[in-house]
Design a protein around this ligand. Structure first.
Ligand code: DGT
Ligand code: CA
Ligand code: CA
Ligand code: ZN
Length: 629
C-alpha cells in the first residue's frame, strides 16, 4: 500500500547512548546494511531490519557495563576496557559478531581473553550473565536518570551515593528541597536545569521518535502481509503521516477472517502485552520498548475508508468530512454514502485515492494531511509535487574521524556511492567544538588536501570540502573569512551558549547568516526531540535574513533533530529560501537519516526545486557559490 508513496521505511539512527555521552557521535540502536554497490539512486531499498543481536546491541551492553562499573566506583582501567571494547565492536571492519560466535577474536587489538569470552557469550546466547547480574545490583529506576539531559555517570553516582537517588521521583524531590543545590559539583542552576529536564520528559511521556519505531513498523507490516487471509496491509496514523514523534502505531488490514488475523497478531512474537482483543480491533504493547500498537481488521470494501480515516489527522478528517457533506455524502471509516438514504448506494471504491476523487479532489499525500491548507490547495490544483528520496543526488553536513565521526573520508565516500549519490559534502566540526575534536586551521587544510587527492581518483563522484563551523556567542564565526573562503561550502551551527535571550540568539544567528561565506545554517533551533527543547529564536526573522542573503537553511535529517521543523518550510519556501536535506551522518549508516529528512521535507510541502541537494553534479557547484559571487 505504501508503494508509490516513495517513502517505505528504512532507518538507522543515533540512539540514546550517544546522547547520554553528550556528543553528536553516531551510535546506532540498529545497524542496517547498506545495499550492494549500484550506480543509481537506491536509497529507498534500505529497509530497517528487525533487531538482531547485532554489533550495536552488543556495543550497547559493553557501554552499559562501563557505566555501571563507574557507578560502583570500580577501577577506571577496568571501566575503560569495556568502553574500548564497545568502540572496537562498533568500528571493526570485519564481521566481528561472526568472529565472536566462532571464538575467533584473537589478534584484535584491545580485546583481551576476558572480553573475548564475554563477546562469545553475547554472540551465541544473545545475552551476558555478567551484565545481567551487574544490572540487578541497581534499582531499575536508576536507569531512567541517564535520560535526563546533563546527567552523566559521574553526577548520577554522586546523587546515588550521597543522596540515595535511585529514580526520577527521588531526583525531583532532592532538587526541589534544595539538597542538590548544596551538593558539591552541582549548585542551584544545575538543580533548576534538572527540574526543567524532568518536566520536559514528563510532558513527552509515552512518545517515540520515528527511528525508535521504524523497524517495528516494517516487521509488523511484513508479519501481517505473510498472513494467508490478509489481502491488504498498511500502516496508518501519525507514522504514515511522517510526524516527528508519535504516540502509538496503527495498522489496517483487509481480510475475510478478521478474528484469525487478530488472534495471530496478539499472539505474535513481538507482542508483550494485550490491551484489547476484540472482533475488529486489537491493541497491544510491543516487546520493543513497550510501543503501543493498534490493528484494525476490515473487509476489503471498507479498507480504503479505514485507511483514510485512521491515517488522520483528525483535523484533516473533520475538514474532509465537511467537504463530503457539501457534496451530499457522509464519510466515515466504513464508507462514503449519499446523505439522502433513498438515493442509490455508491459503487465500491477500490483505493484510498478514489475517495478524494469522488470528492472532486486529487489524492492528498498522507504527509500533507494536517489541515494546514492541503484541502484548499487540492481544490485549486495547487498541491505540491513532493520531493522524494530518489530525487536526492548528494548531501552535505557529514562528519568523519577527523572530528567525532566513526568512519574515514574514503569510507564515507564509498558509502555515499553505494547509495547511488553523486557527491558528498564533508563538514567536520571546527575548533570551538573541542568536545567533538573540532579541526583547527591546519587540520582543516590537511583535510582539504586529502579530499582533493581522493577526488582525483573518482569517476562521476565528488567530495566537497566544507566545515560545520561554530557560530560563536556573538555571532562571529570560528574561522576567519580567508579560511572559510578556501572551502567549497560552509555550514554554520550553534553548539554552545544555548541560553541566550531570543533577541540575542536571533541577532547571533542573523550575524552569521550575513557572512558571505556561510552557505547554509545547520540545525537551526538545536532541538533534540523528546530530549532537549529548541533554544529561543525568532524563526520568521531568521527566514527573512536567509532570504535576503541567499543563505540556505538546512533540514537536519537526524531523527533526533528534524530541524528546521516542518511547520516552517511553507513560509521559507514562500520567501524563496532553499534547503539542503542533510543527514548529519557520523558514520555510513548515518546517511540513512536522509529517509527521515525527506519525510520531514514532504511534511513541509517541499518540492524537488526547493532542495539544493536534488541538483546533479555539474549544477550543484553554482548553487554552493551563489552567495559569494
Ligand atoms: P498519535 O498520537 O501519534 O498516535 O497520532 P495519530 O494521528 O496516529 O492518532 P491515533 O492513533 O489516536 O488515531 C489514528 C487516527 O485515527 C487519527 O489520526 C485520526 C483518526 N481518529 C482517531 N480518533 C478520532 C476521532 O475521534 N475523530 C476523528 N475524526 N478521527 C479520529
Ligand atoms: Ca497513532
Ligand atoms: Ca492509535
Ligand atoms: Zn552540529
Amino acid at each position: 500500500m505504501l508503494a508509490g508513496e516513495g517513502w517505505s521505511a528504512f532507518a538507522g539512527a543515533d540512539s540514546v547512548c550517544e546522547l547520554m555521552r553528550g556528543g553528536e557521535g553516531g551510535c546506532y540502536s540498529r545497524i542496517f546494511k547498506l545495499g550492494a554497490p549500484q550506480r543509481r539512486i537506491n536509497l529507498s531499498s534500505l529497509l530497517p531490519r528487525p533487531q538482531m543481536p547485532d554489533r550495536e546491541a552488543t556495543a550497547a551492553i559493553l557501554d552499559e557495563i562501563a557505566l555501571l562499573m563507574e557507578l560502583k566506583g570500580e577501577n577506571p582501567f577496568k571501566t575503560r576496557a569495556y568502553k574500548t571494547g564497545a568502540e572496537i565492536v562498533r568500528t571493526h571492519s570485519g564481521d566481528i559478531m561472526k568472529l565472536a560466535a566462532e571464538g575467533d577474536l584473537k589478534g584484535i587489538k584491545g580485546i583481551g581473553d576476558a572480553l573475548a569470552q564475554k563477546l562469545n557469550e553475547i554472540a551465541t546466547t544473545e545475552k551476558l550473565e555478567f551484565h545481567q547480574n551487574l544490572r540487578a545490583e541497581f534499582p531499575e529506576g536508576l536507569f531512567d536518570l541517564f535520560e535526563i539531559q546533563g546527567l552523566g555517570a559521574k553526577k548520577i553516582k554522586a546523587l546515588h551515593d550521597k543522596l540515595a537517588v535511585s529514580s526520577i521521583a527521588d531526583l525531583k524531590t532532592v532538587c526541589e528541597d534544595g539538597r542538590v543545590a548544596e551538593l558539591s559539583g552541582f549548585g542551584k542552576k544545575t538543580a533548576e536545569k534538572v527540574l526543567e529536564a524532568i518536566a520536559y520528559r514528563e510532558s513527552n511521556a509515552g512518545r517515540f521518535r520515528q527511528n525508535e519505531v521504524a523497524a517495528s513498523v516494517e516487521l509488523i507490516e511484513e508479519f501481517l502481509r505473510a498472513h494467508p487471509h490478509v489481502s491488504r496491509v498498511s500502516v496508518a496514523g501519525s507514522y504514515r503521516r511522517g510526524k516527528e514523534t508519535l504516540h502509538d502505531l496503527d495498522f489496517i488490514v483487509a481480510t475475510k477472517k478478521p478474528q484469525d488475523v487478530l488472534d495471530a497478531f496478539v499472539s505474535a512474537d513481538f507482542v508483550e502485552k494485550i490491551v484489547v482483543h476484540g472482533k475488529t480491533k486489537a491493541s497491544v504493547h510491543l516487546k520493543d520498548q513497550g510501543i503501543p500498537a493498534d490493528l484494525r481488521a476490515v473487509d476489503n470494501e471498507s479498507f480504503p475508508f479505514a485507511l483514510q480515516y485512521f491515517t488522520g489527522s483528525k483535523e484533516h478528517n473533520v475538514a474532509l468530512r465537511g467537504r463530503a457533506l457539501k457534496h451530499g455524502f457522509t464519510l466515515n471509516e466504513y464508507r462514503l454514502a449519499p446523505t439522502d438514504e433513498s438515493a442509490a448506494p455508491l459503487e465500491t471504491l477500490p483505493d484510498e485515492a478514489d475517495i478524494y476523487h469522488k470528492l472532486g479532489l486529487p489524492p492528498i499525500d498522507p504527509a500533507l494531511r494536517e489541515n494546514t491548507g492541503e484541502i484548499e490547495a487540492a481544490e485549486d490544483g495547487n498541491l505540491p509535487n513532493l520531493v522524494t528520496l530518489e530525487n536526492l543526488r548528494g548531501t552535505f553536513h557529514n562528519h568523519t574521524t577527523a572530528s567525532d565521526g566513526k568512519a574515514s573520508l574514503a569510507e564515507m565516500a564509498a558509502a555515499a556511492q553505494d547509495l547511488g549519490l553523486q557527491y558528498l559534502g564533508i563538514a567536520d566540526h571546527s575548533k570551538a567544538s573541542f568536545q567533538a575534536n573540532g579541526l583547527d586551521e591546519a587540520r582543516l587544510e590537511k583535510q582539504v588536501e586529502e579530499i582533493a587527492a581522493l577526488n582525483a581518483g573518482f569517476d562521476d563522484f565528488r567530495l566537497f570540502s566544507g566545515t560545520e563551523c561554530d557560530i560563536l556567542k556573538d555571532g562571529s564565526l570560528d574561522f576567519s573569512d580567508a579560511t572559510l573562503a578556501s572551502l567549497d561550502y560552509v555550514v554554520a551551527s550553534i553548539h554552545n551558549a544555548f541560553t541566550l535571550s531570543e533577541k540575542d540568539m536571533t541577532a547571533r544567528i542573523i550575524r552569521a547568516i550575513e557572512n558571505p561565506h556561510v552557505t547554509m545554517l545547520g540545525h537551526l533551533t538545536g532541538r533534540l526531540l523528546l530530549k532537549r527543547e529548541p533554544y529561543a529564536v525568532d524563526i520568521p526573522a531568521v527566514i527573512e535574513a536567509a532570504a535576503a542573503t541567499g543563505t540556505i537553511i538546512e533540514l537536519n535529517a537526524s531523527p533526533w533533530r528534524l530541524d528546521m521543523d516542518w511547520r516552517w518550510w511553507k513560509l521559507a519556501k514562500e520567501k524563496g529560501v532553499k534547503t539542503s536535506i542533510n543527514p548529519d551522518a557520523h558514520s555510513p549508516e548515518g546517511l540513512q537519516n536522509l529517509f527521515y529528512g525527506v519525510r520531514a521535507a514532504r511534511k513541509g510541502w517541499l518540492e524537488r526545486s526547493d532542495v539544493i541537494n536534488c541538483l546533479p553534479l555539474g549544477q550543484i557547484e553554482a548553487a554552493l557559490a551563489r552567495k559569494c559571487s
